[in-house]
Design a protein around this ligand. Structure first.
Ligand SMILES: [Fe+2]
Length: 213
């Protein structure tokens, strides 16, 4: 009969024997199966050239959407002032909505047989949204920065939606119009209303008396 002492004394080979098929195979490496920029054609009844053109545009939108998403999180963490709580919540809501767009855009690119950008270094090289400082900024400056980023995105999304429409890529056109453009326009409204200069408690009677001023 084997004692506890016998088990502790079992050799390495004895312990591993019979478990070979469940052992993880580590440190594997091979050439990538699809280089970036190449199309692995899928049967979606769209020409490869159309897929490649849409994917190139969508990767630009993806890089800018990831940047805008992250800009919202930065401002969610760093906002200050008497509107802290509402802006803290609003910035996080918009961050999450932009995050959903990121996944939708990236998966559209993959559906076109192309490869979506993913990593921070590639996003930083690609985005056309200006880099913010690392430090904290006042809430109106944060909002201005976000509004400018939204406008960059909306401008390019409208151009790309038209290009997709002309090329017959209805799926990309629909994504850009129904999701990217509409989400960004709605977020612009919510942000813009925070930088309208209206009194908090007492109405401005002087301005009411001379509306043309
Ligand atoms: Fe948070």
């Amino acid at each position: 009969m084997a004692s506890r002492g016998d088990k502790r004394g079992a050799t390495y080979n004895q312990l591993e024997s019979g478990a070979e098929r469940s052992r993880p195979i580590l440190h594997q490496n091979a050439r990538e199966i699809q280089p970036y920029g190449k199309i692995a054609k899928l049967p979606i009844a769209l020409d490869e050239k159309v897929c490649a053109a849409s994917a190139e545009n969508l990767n630009q939108i993806l890089a800018d959407t990831i940047t805008l998403r992250d800009l919202y999180k930065k401002h969610h963490w760093q906002v200050a002032g008497h509107t802290f709580y509402q802006l803290h919540l609003l910035f996080d809501k918009h961050h999450n909505e932009q995050g959903e767009l990121v996944d939708t855009i990236a998966e559209r690119i993959q559906s076109l047989g192309a490869i979506s950008l993913a990593m921070a270094a590639d996003i930083a090289e690609t985005t056309i949204i200006p880099r913010p400082p690392r430090g904290r900024e006042e809430a109106p400056v944060q909002i201005s920065r976000l509004l400018e980023a939204h406008e960059i995105l909306l401008k390019e999304a409208r151009t790309m939606a038209r290009q997709a429409d002309e090329a017959g890529d209805d799926g990309t056109n629909d994504l850009l119009v129904s999701q990217v453009i509409r989400t960004n326009e709605l977020q612009v409204w919510f942000l813009s209303e925070h930088v309208v200069d209206v009194p908090l408690v007492r109405a401005d009677e002087a301005k009411a008396a001379s509306p043309g001023r």
